[in-house]
Structures are given as structure tokens and as C-alpha cells.
Design a protein. Structure first.
Length: 131
């Protein structure tokens, strides 16, 4: 699952609410019920995410502040960019986890942070056998 999400983020041309929902799920957020909908239908008092009483998943792919919440506490990070027509941003988390190219700085930071989270999360028995 994480490999597919990382691939989708690398291909993303800009902020994407569907990717924000996938990132939230990968980061441990859960819906209060199983409904699926678009942002236009997410209203206060309707259905929401259960973490910290937020009504929507954070806008990870649009906001560096939101993307920073994915960086594990205590790790260093940086985002850099090169001036190019299509935009080209890089991010490092804990020096060893890098996003080599993304279309905006928030997406670059999401990719690097999710790589750290994936590497440090407990593995299932199946995942350990496939290594």
C-alpha cells in the first residue's frame, strides 16, 4: 500500500484531496464510519476523522505545515527547490530519507516523511518473510 501511495505522490502535479485522504489513512487516521465522499460533502456534524476532532484530513499535499505533522518528532528535515518551469522540489527527513523530485514542497515533504514512517513502523509476519 505505501509503495503505491508514494508512487502516486511522485506523479502528482499538485495538491490532491484524494491523496490527502490516503495519506491520512496511512498516518493512522480512521473514519468514524465507512462512508466515502468528496470534500464538498464533508460538513461539521456530518461524518469526520476521529483524530483530534478535525472534520477533514489535513491538506498534506497543499500545506507544508500539514506535511510537517507527518515528520516523526525529533527528526531533522529540509525542503529545497530549483527554479524551473515545472517546479522541482526536494525534501530530506533525517538525512537518509529523501524525495528526489516533486511538483510542490508539501508533496516532497510528504514523500520523505512517509518513507521514514514506513521504514520505522512494525512489520507484519508476511512483510518480514518477503524481505
Amino acid at each position: 500500500m505505501m509503495a503505491n501511495l508514494l508512487r502516486e505522490l511522485e506523479l502528482a502535479s499538485g495538491p490532491d484531496r484524494a491523496l490527502d485522504r490516503a495519506i491520512a489513512t496511512a498516518a493512522g487516521w480512521r473514519r468514524k464510519n465507512g462512508q466515502v465522499g468528496e470534500d464538498d460533502y464533508w460538513k461539521l456534524g456530518d461524518w469526520s476523522w476521529t483524530r483530534e476532532d478535525n472534520e477533514h484530513p489535513p491538506r498534506y499535499t497543499a500545506s507544508i505545515d500539514a506535511a510537517l505533522t507527518l515528520v516523526p518528532e525529533g527528526l531533522t528535515w529540509q525542503v529545497t527547490g530549483r527554479v524551473r518551469e515545472d517546479g522541482d522540489y526536494f525534501a530530506d527527513v533525517d538525512v537518509s530519507h529523501r524525495c528526489d523530485s516533486a511538483h510542490n514542497p508539501a508533496i516532497a515533504l510528504c514523500i520523505a516523511a512517509l518513507k521514514v514512517r514506513d521504514e520505522t513502523r512494525p512489520k507484519t509476519d508476511t512483510e518480514r518473510q518477503n524481505v
